[in-house]
Ligand binder design. Sequence first.
Ligand code: SF4
Length: 286
Amino acid sequence: MTPKRKIKIVQKTGRDNLFECKDNPRTCDFKEKPGNEICMKTVELNLNILDESVLFQIDVIPKMIKLSEIVPLAQELSSKISNIIQEKLFSKGITIPCRKGCSACCSYLVPLSVPEAFYLREKVLAMPEDTRKTALNSFLASARIILKEKPEGLNLLEIDQLSKWYSNLELPCPFLSDNICSIYDIRPIACREYLVTGSEIFCNPAWQADNHKVDLPASVLECLGLLSAEFEQTDIEAIMMPLALPWAEENLDRDMKTWPAPEIVEHLIDIIKKEASKKSYSTIMS
Ligand code: SF4
């Protein structure tokens, strides 16, 4: 299918740790961008989103980065995919209540990939002191409840079981303040990908058997989890939001290693392509 729309994403990152391209300039993949002194490599992802072929062109800077530095790009990609889905369903008369200011799903389970847990820790540490203290206290209170209430034998890898148990705790997200997400622009990918049709009451995991949860061509969250497991050679891990900060603190040594950014982005895009190809995702849902 020929792409109808092209979407540009530029890796937003500092310009430290740039590496020099040693390839023959004639065969080098990195192209000099007009008005930009840094060479970039464009990585392409063609996705079929509800019967429309969409081409994402991602400009990547040749620098060494940690896996957590890929998070802003993954967040942007997941938001753009979700926005297209919302727009297309809306044009078919299907309502999606998810919007800025809605907090209907903010007391349900928010799983984070490993890079997101490290990214979130950095963002919390960079907050002004008052905000940081409030967030840390809120995390602490939630983590205490989770550890106190967690029943023996709960399988943390069994996501449906975990999700139902968690929603019964009615524990608001530590970042929910006056029913508004206080980190909306940097919210986790799970929050961007969790779309339901109809009304916000269908956010409750109990309704998911009724197909109100919107299917995605591929989950960027799951792909980021796979990427991190492959690069770190670990099992796939998902971290519950309220436990993310202590988890990241305990595992800081894992957030030290760097890889060339193009290698990470290309691999993430390959995983997304592979995951999307496994799905028969094309028709507008009812
Ligand atoms: S991060 Fe924001 S959007 Fe996500 S669950 Fe928390 S308050 Fe809600």
